[in-house]
Design a protein around this ligand. Sequence first.
Ligand code: C5P
Length: 236
Amino acid sequence: MKKMDLLYEGKAKKVYKTEDENLYIVSYKDDATAFNGLKKGTISEKGSINNRVSNHLMKLLESKGIPTHLVEEINDRETIVKKVEIVPLEVIVRNIAAGSLSKRLGLEEGTKLRRTVLEYCYKNDALGDPMINEYHILALDLAKEEELDRIAELSFKINEVLTDYLKDVNIELIDFKLEFGRTPQGEIILADEISPDTCRFWDSNTKEKLDKDRFRRDLGNVEGAYQEILRRLIGE
Ligand code: C5P
């Protein structure tokens, strides 16, 4: 399958049309940004690691009955995905306090939450992706009520599957961000990516950070952390 017109270029990925109107090709970049684009850099091999890690986890989710956009990995950096209309929400799932939650509520990073927390942000760069709740989502018609129920149901299920799976390779799933899309038939499916860019992964024993926080916080050995995730998940 060939790449045709560039449809969209984001901070970490490009999306191309293909000759099949129902399929797109996603191409992962090594560019890294943080703090809504204020911090910029590149992480060597990030594109190919995120592509492979994300596809590996999406395959796992598919095997557990979660519908995803994944069709086929065509090379290290590129994957064929189903065409969807992205629901303009970042769905954040949290098991352990960290990042903006720790800051907002004064919780020490690493504090276990008594139950899983779901948060929504409005995907809007100009506004800096503000946090919103279900009422805002329905009031602004960002999603229908049935769609939002399905998004929440899938997010909790994804959390269970990933948490269990990662435990076996000694990774604690602290929190992560998901995006969903609508197929032309109106089905809600998981889209975007699941990678060290979009998840907090801590080593279960040492609590070492193996994710994009190493870039955001200048912790060093960013590439090594991404490689380590690839190694634990895929064995490369
Ligand atoms: O920064 P914060 O603590 O709200 O991030 C929660 C989770 O969502 C983290 O795993 C982070 O990597 C992810 N996230 C993301 N893209 C954003 C914001 C957060 O992938 N724009």
